[in-house]
Design a binder for this molecule. Sequence first.
Ligand SMILES: Cc1cc2nc3c(=O)[nH]c(=O)nc-3n(C[C@H](O)[C@H](O)[C@H](O)COP(=O)(O)OP(=O)(O)OC[C@H]3O[C@@H](n4cnc5c(N)ncnc54)[C@H](O)[C@@H]3O)c2cc1C
Length: 418
Amino acid sequence: MRICVLGGGVIGVTTAYFLARDGHQVTLVERRADVAQETSHANGGQLSYSYVAPLADPSVLPKLPQWLFSRDAALRFVPRLDPHQWRWCVEFLRACTRARSQQTTAELLGLGFLSQRLMHEIVARESLDFDYVRNGKLVVFRDREGFEGACRQAQYQAKFGCEQHALDGAACVALEPALAHIGGDIAGGIHTPGEEAGDCDSFTRHLARAAQRDGVQLQLATELSGLRINESNVQAAITSQGDIEADAFVMCLGFQSQPMLASLGVSVPVYPLKGYSLTLPDAREHGAPRVSVTDAHHKVVYAPLGERLRIAGMVDLTGMSAHADRERIALLTRQARETFPQAGDYDAIQTWTGMRPATPDSKPLIGTTRFRNLWMNTGHGALGFTLACGSAQLLADRLANRALPLDGDAFVPARWTR
Ligand SMILES: Cc1cc2nc3c(=O)[nH]c(=O)nc-3n(C[C@H](O)[C@H](O)[C@H](O)COP(=O)(O)OP(=O)(O)OC[C@H]3O[C@@H](n4cnc5c(N)ncnc54)[C@H](O)[C@@H]3O)c2cc1C
């Protein structure tokens, strides 16, 4: 089959790779000069297979006033005159029940474990240089209540096969000595030894080269302006380099999937959650963590990427503009410096802004649309790097009408578009 994949982030590239390995003739369209130049460029770098619990959870409800009124909150909401934003918020609130949160966690754990197995296969098969480490992850809590809630969550997840251990503050510092500076503030931590990290940008670029070897045609610097459709089919992608005809099309445009699909009358609740990252170029051996760390209090993640330390955080529900807010970057820098003061030279940090393509229930949209040959693989929110391989496999299996390795119905777009 001739398949045109739209978008060259980590999702589009893994999709193209898996489809090409199935024997399809794949063309990937990307407007930038290279792949992974937008949200997949400098994200947190954590392959966080056991930390997939959705943002929508009853525990967030008491925090809503803080999100609205505090400029220093980890999550910030600025209401816009935008019905799409309001619809997303309403659906988000509807998803904030214990039952839905637990169901979603179970479904995403399945997709996470599938992704991890496939990542291991890819790493064994391809020589991809992306600072990949199996270094485990430690989530530290500065308040007793948060730690106890995390212990309950770990107990719930144990029945799905997650190996996680609760540690007291001293044990957290023993595991990751770079935490010594805030050791006295740590109420406890959850350690997940099987977690991994890597540079999403390098992974995506190297996988794109491997996909080219398998026959994928990369059409870079090619802007998609629309799709030519008849009643039930897409006939061609209309691009700055001319029309591309294919038997099937897969929409992987990240947060821009929503306006592109809306132009065809297909409505999906994908909204950008803006975030920021900092990269410390020469992380110091004893001051920077070697285990991936999440500071649950500030909602900031730290991942070692070779010589570098990647620091990421902030969730801003503030509109479609990717404009970098200097105050948010300054806040993130201050929090990192206070947590790991000896990690490196903070005056040399590189800053970055990205737009997480988020659905209200944190589950990606993998499947077809009301146009028979238009598929989507999008809406991965805060976990696109983590879930990329499993999502691409699921999409390829569905397209080939094969038996699915898990309950694919959990991710069908029809749950929102019907
Ligand atoms: C601060 C931050 C930290 C994060 N940390 C992590 C983490 O630790 N672990 C994790 O798993 N995930 C993390 N994520 C989430 C992850 O980065 C995203 O889920 C993922 O990158 C989304 O990939 P994508 O391919 O869907 O989107 P993108 O990477 O945005 O790709 C979409 C592509 O489509 C292209 N495109 C758009 N419109 C057009 C058009 N009209 N024509 C042609 N091309 C077009 C864009 O140029 C882009 O390359 C983080 C995100 C942020 C912002």
